[in-house]
Design a protein around this ligand. Structure first.
Ligand code: NAD
Length: 248
Protein backbone atom coordinates (compact mmCIF):
# COMPACT_ATOMS: atom_id res chain seq x y z
CA UNK A 1 0.00 0.00 0.00
CA UNK A 2 1.38 3.41 -0.96
CA UNK A 3 0.38 6.98 -0.28
CA UNK A 4 -0.70 7.49 -3.89
CA UNK A 5 -2.61 4.24 -4.50
CA UNK A 6 -5.41 4.72 -7.03
CA UNK A 7 -4.22 8.19 -8.07
CA UNK A 8 -3.34 9.22 -11.59
CA UNK A 9 -0.33 11.54 -11.71
CA UNK A 10 1.04 13.54 -14.63
CA UNK A 11 4.62 14.78 -14.53
CA UNK A 12 6.10 17.06 -17.20
CA UNK A 13 9.83 16.90 -17.93
CA UNK A 14 9.72 13.29 -16.77
CA UNK A 15 12.47 11.98 -19.06
CA UNK A 16 15.38 12.97 -16.81
CA UNK A 17 16.61 14.88 -13.80
CA UNK A 18 14.12 16.13 -11.23
CA UNK A 19 11.01 15.21 -13.24
CA UNK A 20 12.17 11.62 -13.63
CA UNK A 21 12.88 11.32 -9.89
CA UNK A 22 9.42 12.71 -9.06
CA UNK A 23 7.73 10.34 -11.52
CA UNK A 24 9.54 7.34 -10.02
CA UNK A 25 8.73 8.33 -6.43
CA UNK A 26 5.03 8.83 -7.20
CA UNK A 27 5.00 5.43 -8.96
CA UNK A 28 6.81 3.75 -6.07
CA UNK A 29 4.06 5.10 -3.80
CA UNK A 30 1.32 3.59 -5.94
CA UNK A 31 0.34 6.22 -8.52
CA UNK A 32 -0.27 5.53 -12.19
CA UNK A 33 2.16 7.97 -13.83
CA UNK A 34 1.72 9.77 -17.14
CA UNK A 35 5.18 10.89 -18.20
CA UNK A 36 5.35 13.95 -20.43
CA UNK A 37 8.53 14.71 -22.33
CA UNK A 38 9.54 16.19 -25.68
CA UNK A 39 9.71 12.83 -27.47
CA UNK A 40 8.28 9.38 -26.84
CA UNK A 41 11.78 7.93 -27.06
CA UNK A 42 13.05 10.11 -24.19
CA UNK A 43 10.00 9.36 -22.01
CA UNK A 44 10.14 5.60 -22.52
CA UNK A 45 13.18 5.20 -20.22
CA UNK A 46 11.21 6.55 -17.27
CA UNK A 47 8.15 4.50 -18.23
CA UNK A 48 10.26 1.31 -18.34
CA UNK A 49 11.74 2.13 -14.92
CA UNK A 50 8.25 2.72 -13.51
CA UNK A 51 6.96 -0.56 -14.92
CA UNK A 52 9.89 -2.42 -13.37
CA UNK A 53 8.78 -0.94 -10.02
CA UNK A 54 5.33 -2.43 -10.65
CA UNK A 55 3.70 0.92 -11.47
CA UNK A 56 1.39 1.61 -14.39
CA UNK A 57 2.90 4.24 -16.67
CA UNK A 58 2.50 5.83 -20.08
CA UNK A 59 4.69 8.20 -22.09
CA UNK A 60 3.32 11.27 -23.88
CA UNK A 61 5.33 13.45 -26.26
CA UNK A 62 4.30 17.08 -25.84
CA UNK A 63 6.19 20.34 -26.33
CA UNK A 64 4.99 22.08 -23.17
CA UNK A 65 5.90 25.48 -24.60
CA UNK A 66 3.11 25.14 -27.20
CA UNK A 67 -0.28 25.86 -25.64
CA UNK A 68 -2.25 24.24 -28.45
CA UNK A 69 -0.22 21.03 -28.18
CA UNK A 70 -0.82 20.97 -24.42
CA UNK A 71 -4.57 21.46 -24.92
CA UNK A 72 -4.78 18.63 -27.45
CA UNK A 73 -2.74 16.33 -25.17
CA UNK A 74 -5.00 17.13 -22.21
CA UNK A 75 -8.10 16.29 -24.27
CA UNK A 76 -6.57 12.89 -25.19
CA UNK A 77 -5.50 12.23 -21.59
CA UNK A 78 -8.91 13.07 -20.13
CA UNK A 79 -10.64 10.95 -22.77
CA UNK A 80 -8.46 7.99 -21.82
CA UNK A 81 -8.04 8.34 -18.04
CA UNK A 82 -10.99 10.48 -16.96
CA UNK A 83 -8.98 12.79 -14.78
CA UNK A 84 -5.54 13.58 -13.41
CA UNK A 85 -5.35 13.74 -9.58
CA UNK A 86 -1.75 14.87 -9.16
CA UNK A 87 -0.24 17.33 -11.64
CA UNK A 88 3.46 18.17 -11.42
CA UNK A 89 4.73 20.90 -13.74
CA UNK A 90 8.45 20.24 -13.79
CA UNK A 91 9.60 20.80 -17.39
CA UNK A 92 11.82 23.85 -17.59
CA UNK A 93 14.77 25.41 -19.36
CA UNK A 94 17.19 28.25 -18.83
CA UNK A 95 18.83 30.52 -21.43
CA UNK A 96 21.19 32.57 -19.29
CA UNK A 97 22.65 35.91 -20.33
CA UNK A 98 23.06 39.41 -18.98
CA UNK A 99 20.06 41.55 -19.84
CA UNK A 100 22.03 43.74 -22.28
CA UNK A 101 22.87 40.64 -24.31
CA UNK A 102 19.58 38.78 -23.92
CA UNK A 103 17.72 38.16 -27.18
CA UNK A 104 13.96 38.41 -27.52
CA UNK A 105 13.96 34.68 -28.31
CA UNK A 106 15.79 33.77 -25.09
CA UNK A 107 13.28 35.79 -23.10
CA UNK A 108 10.24 34.37 -24.90
CA UNK A 109 11.21 30.69 -24.91
CA UNK A 110 12.00 30.65 -21.18
CA UNK A 111 8.74 32.38 -20.29
CA UNK A 112 6.77 30.05 -22.57
CA UNK A 113 8.43 26.88 -21.27
CA UNK A 114 8.72 27.67 -17.56
CA UNK A 115 5.59 29.77 -16.97
CA UNK A 116 3.02 29.50 -19.77
CA UNK A 117 3.21 25.70 -19.63
CA UNK A 118 1.99 25.73 -16.01
CA UNK A 119 -1.00 27.84 -17.04
CA UNK A 120 -1.84 25.55 -19.96
CA UNK A 121 -1.63 22.19 -18.13
CA UNK A 122 -3.57 23.45 -15.13
CA UNK A 123 -6.24 25.18 -17.20
CA UNK A 124 -6.96 22.06 -19.24
CA UNK A 125 -6.74 19.48 -16.43
CA UNK A 126 -8.35 21.29 -13.50
CA UNK A 127 -12.05 20.82 -14.23
CA UNK A 128 -12.31 17.07 -13.45
CA UNK A 129 -10.07 17.60 -10.42
CA UNK A 130 -12.35 20.33 -9.10
CA UNK A 131 -15.45 18.23 -9.80
CA UNK A 132 -13.88 15.35 -7.86
CA UNK A 133 -13.09 17.67 -4.94
CA UNK A 134 -9.58 16.26 -4.60
CA UNK A 135 -6.43 17.31 -6.39
CA UNK A 136 -2.78 18.17 -5.98
CA UNK A 137 -0.97 20.69 -8.17
CA UNK A 138 2.77 21.09 -7.74
CA UNK A 139 4.69 23.65 -9.78
CA UNK A 140 8.48 23.51 -9.81
CA UNK A 141 9.98 26.99 -9.47
CA UNK A 142 13.50 27.78 -8.24
CA UNK A 143 15.30 29.65 -5.46
CA UNK A 144 16.27 32.02 -8.28
CA UNK A 145 12.59 33.04 -8.46
CA UNK A 146 12.90 34.15 -4.83
CA UNK A 147 16.36 35.73 -4.77
CA UNK A 148 16.90 36.76 -8.42
CA UNK A 149 20.29 36.24 -10.06
CA UNK A 150 22.50 38.27 -12.39
CA UNK A 151 22.43 36.65 -15.82
CA UNK A 152 19.11 34.90 -15.22
CA UNK A 153 16.51 37.69 -15.47
CA UNK A 154 14.31 35.67 -17.87
CA UNK A 155 14.48 32.53 -15.70
CA UNK A 156 13.97 34.49 -12.45
CA UNK A 157 10.96 36.32 -13.95
CA UNK A 158 9.35 33.04 -15.03
CA UNK A 159 10.06 31.25 -11.74
CA UNK A 160 8.87 34.20 -9.60
CA UNK A 161 5.70 34.40 -11.68
CA UNK A 162 5.08 30.69 -11.08
CA UNK A 163 4.93 31.48 -7.35
CA UNK A 164 2.37 34.31 -7.72
CA UNK A 165 0.35 32.21 -10.15
CA UNK A 166 0.32 29.19 -7.85
CA UNK A 167 -0.74 31.23 -4.80
CA UNK A 168 -3.62 32.68 -6.83
CA UNK A 169 -4.94 29.34 -8.04
CA UNK A 170 -4.44 27.91 -4.54
CA UNK A 171 -6.98 30.51 -3.38
CA UNK A 172 -9.33 29.82 -6.31
CA UNK A 173 -9.25 26.03 -5.89
CA UNK A 174 -9.15 25.72 -2.09
CA UNK A 175 -12.94 25.62 -1.66
CA UNK A 176 -12.98 22.48 -3.87
CA UNK A 177 -10.31 20.48 -2.02
CA UNK A 178 -7.60 21.03 -4.61
CA UNK A 179 -4.25 22.25 -3.27
CA UNK A 180 -1.59 24.08 -5.27
CA UNK A 181 1.96 24.41 -4.02
CA UNK A 182 5.40 25.33 -5.29
CA UNK A 183 8.71 23.59 -4.85
CA UNK A 184 11.70 25.90 -5.14
CA UNK A 185 14.81 23.76 -5.58
CA UNK A 186 18.27 25.13 -4.93
CA UNK A 187 21.26 23.65 -6.76
CA UNK A 188 20.36 20.08 -7.75
CA UNK A 189 22.76 17.83 -9.68
CA UNK A 190 21.12 17.30 -13.10
CA UNK A 191 21.93 17.96 -16.77
CA UNK A 192 20.75 21.56 -16.23
CA UNK A 193 23.49 22.26 -13.70
CA UNK A 194 26.15 19.96 -15.21
CA UNK A 195 26.87 22.66 -17.79
CA UNK A 196 28.20 25.07 -15.10
CA UNK A 197 31.96 25.42 -14.81
CA UNK A 198 33.83 24.11 -11.76
CA UNK A 199 34.54 27.70 -10.72
CA UNK A 200 30.85 28.71 -10.74
CA UNK A 201 29.82 25.48 -8.96
CA UNK A 202 32.43 26.22 -6.29
CA UNK A 203 31.05 29.75 -5.81
CA UNK A 204 27.50 28.37 -5.51
CA UNK A 205 28.64 25.77 -2.97
CA UNK A 206 29.88 28.56 -0.71
CA UNK A 207 26.35 30.03 -0.65
CA UNK A 208 24.75 26.75 0.48
CA UNK A 209 24.61 26.56 4.30
CA UNK A 210 24.47 22.73 4.23
CA UNK A 211 27.60 22.75 1.97
CA UNK A 212 26.52 20.11 -0.53
CA UNK A 213 24.53 20.01 -3.76
CA UNK A 214 21.10 18.38 -3.77
CA UNK A 215 20.05 15.31 -5.74
CA UNK A 216 16.81 14.88 -7.75
CA UNK A 217 15.52 12.52 -5.05
CA UNK A 218 15.62 15.37 -2.51
CA UNK A 219 13.03 17.17 -4.62
CA UNK A 220 11.05 13.97 -5.26
CA UNK A 221 10.57 13.43 -1.51
CA UNK A 222 9.07 16.92 -1.16
CA UNK A 223 6.83 16.43 -4.18
CA UNK A 224 5.59 13.09 -2.88
CA UNK A 225 4.67 14.69 0.44
CA UNK A 226 2.80 17.59 -1.20
CA UNK A 227 0.94 15.05 -3.38
CA UNK A 228 -0.11 12.92 -0.41
CA UNK A 229 -3.34 12.92 1.56
CA UNK A 230 -1.23 13.88 4.58
CA UNK A 231 -0.61 17.27 2.97
CA UNK A 232 -4.33 18.10 2.82
CA UNK A 233 -3.84 21.26 4.96
CA UNK A 234 -0.93 22.63 2.90
CA UNK A 235 -1.76 25.00 0.05
CA UNK A 236 -0.25 28.13 -1.47
CA UNK A 237 3.06 27.12 0.10
CA UNK A 238 6.56 27.55 -1.34
CA UNK A 239 8.67 24.61 -0.22
CA UNK A 240 12.34 25.51 -0.64
CA UNK A 241 14.55 22.43 -0.93
CA UNK A 242 17.88 24.15 -1.24
CA UNK A 243 20.27 23.32 1.57
CA UNK A 244 19.28 26.61 3.19
CA UNK A 245 20.28 28.78 0.20
CA UNK A 246 17.22 31.07 0.20
CA UNK A 247 17.30 31.81 3.94
CA UNK A 248 17.17 35.55 4.52
P1 NAD B 1 16.79 18.96 -16.91
O1 NAD B 1 17.29 19.86 -17.98
O2 NAD B 1 17.62 17.82 -16.47
O3 NAD B 1 15.34 18.42 -17.25
C1 NAD B 1 14.35 19.27 -17.77
C2 NAD B 1 13.27 18.44 -18.35
O4 NAD B 1 12.28 19.30 -18.94
C3 NAD B 1 13.78 17.52 -19.45
O5 NAD B 1 13.11 16.29 -19.33
C4 NAD B 1 13.37 18.27 -20.71
O6 NAD B 1 13.21 17.43 -21.83
C5 NAD B 1 12.04 18.86 -20.25
N1 NAD B 1 11.64 19.97 -21.11
C6 NAD B 1 12.26 21.15 -21.29
N2 NAD B 1 11.60 21.90 -22.19
C7 NAD B 1 10.54 21.15 -22.60
C8 NAD B 1 9.50 21.34 -23.54
N3 NAD B 1 9.40 22.48 -24.27
N4 NAD B 1 8.57 20.38 -23.70
C9 NAD B 1 8.66 19.22 -23.00
N5 NAD B 1 9.63 18.96 -22.09
C10 NAD B 1 10.56 19.92 -21.91
O7 NAD B 1 16.47 19.94 -15.69
P2 NAD B 1 16.22 19.66 -14.13
O8 NAD B 1 17.40 20.17 -13.44
O9 NAD B 1 15.72 18.29 -13.89
O10 NAD B 1 15.04 20.72 -13.90
C11 NAD B 1 13.68 20.37 -13.71
C12 NAD B 1 12.96 21.60 -13.20
O11 NAD B 1 13.55 22.02 -11.97
C13 NAD B 1 13.02 22.80 -14.14
O12 NAD B 1 11.79 23.48 -14.12
C14 NAD B 1 14.11 23.65 -13.52
O13 NAD B 1 13.96 25.01 -13.84
C15 NAD B 1 13.88 23.38 -12.05
N6 NAD B 1 15.05 23.66 -11.22
C16 NAD B 1 16.20 22.94 -11.35
C17 NAD B 1 17.26 23.24 -10.53
C18 NAD B 1 18.57 22.49 -10.58
O14 NAD B 1 19.51 22.86 -9.85
N7 NAD B 1 18.70 21.45 -11.37
C19 NAD B 1 17.17 24.27 -9.60
C20 NAD B 1 15.99 24.97 -9.50
C21 NAD B 1 14.92 24.65 -10.31
Amino acid sequence: MGDHDGRTALVTGASRGIGRAIALQLGREGARVLCVSRSLASGEGTVEALRSLGAEARAYAVDVAKKTDVRVACEDILREWGRVDILVNCAGINRDNLLLRMSDDDWDVVLRTDLDSCFAWIKHLCSPMLRNRWGRIINVSSVIGITGNAGQSNYAAAKAAVIGFTKSIAREFAPRGVTANVIAPGFIRTDMTAALSGKISGQILEQIPLRFFGEPDDIAMGASFLASSGARYVTGHVLTIDGGMAMA
